[in-house]
Ligand binder design. Structure first.
Ligand code: ADP
Length: 269
């Protein structure tokens, strides 16, 4: 569960972000508590990636404040920003593994790049993450030999190898079948509990969002339509949210016989 009493992992106030004249984010106000899982949803072009880039300090906002792990991003020197990014894990939708490195080599890469730990410590830490991600026995495979679910788990293992305080996960469900996707959702929940991280997930998948989220933020054309718990999102009467949820419900709940019945009503007499 999220811990609202302590300092938030992310605190965004009145954030605006432009690309040239284009307003990509308009007055975003968002916090992510310690151990909270926040899911960001929205159509393509709604500003999800721009929000993510602001949190990592990859773009400069036009207005507002972005605080990450207690630090105001705009006030950090380059070296301080670089240090802060070491406490943030990022898992990309296709795993983004180096194809010429084995699973093990990919996972231990951040430890080799950013720490001076000796080989045996790196091996132990890597084995722990392999075990957490159900990848033991697959560590010597190359990325091309992995299934979609394994690729995501390996990417996730690399993203958390430094025990980050904050994890971003871009589209965990993309390209996965429903069972594998649900397994990954469970893994994300376990990971939050094991590592005490705050997690921000970008997803299009309603089911996955409702499986893992403490709160959900919905963006539309750069604006934050609503941020709330799953129940608050379900109870919203905003037309855009009703449409988003309704479409899914209709897709799932279609009853072929009732539908045929409705089409043929009155014709058979
Ligand atoms: P999402 O991740 O939800 O698909 P983005 O954050 O990528 O949305 O984009 C938000 C808006 O900003 C879109 O209208 C997009 O076209 C625009 N945009 C994104 N990146 C750039 C860029 N580098 N230059 C100009 N416009 C951009």
């Amino acid at each position: 569960m999220a811990n609202q009493a302590t300092n938030p992992a992310v605190n965004i106030q009145n954030l605006k972000c432009h690309y040239g004249d284009k307003l990509a984010l308009d007055d975003i106000n968002l916090t992510v508590a310690e151990r909270e899982i926040l899911v960001i949803m929205g159509h393509s072009g709604s500003g999800k990636s721009t929000l993510f880039k602001n949190v990592l300090g990859l773009v400069t906002p036009t207005a507002g404040v972005v605080e990450v792990l207690g630090k105001d991003i705009s006030k950090l020197k380059k070296t301080e920003l670089y240090e802060l990014r070491k406490s943030i894990g990022v898992a990309f939708q296709n795993g983004a593994l180096f194809s010429s490195l084995s699973v093990r080599e990919n996972i231990e890469l951040p430890l080799r790049e950013h720490t001076r730990l000796d080989d045996s410590t790196i091996q132990i830490m890597t084995m722990m993450k392999l075990a957490q991600m159900n990848l033991v026995g697959h560590e010597d495979l190359m990325p091309a030999q992995l299934s979609g679910g394994m690729l995501k788990r390996a990417g996730l293992a690399r993203a958390v190898i430094m025990d980050p305080k904050l994890l971003f996960f871009d589209e965990p469900s993309a390209g996965l079948d429903p069972v594998t996707s649900a397994e990954l959702d469970q893994l994300i929940l376990q990971l939050r509990d094991a590592l005490n991280m705050s997690i921000i997930i970008i997803t299009h998948e309603l089911e996955s969002a409702f499986n893992v989220a403490d709160r959900i933020t919905i963006l539309d054309r750069g604006k934050q339509i609503l941020t709330g718990t799953r129940d608050e999102i379900r109870a919203s009467d905003d037309k855009r949210i009703v449409n988003m949820l309704g479409r899914k419900v209709r897709d799932d709940a279609i009853d072929a016989e009732a539908y045929l019945d409705s089409l043929t009503k009155g014709r058979s007499k």
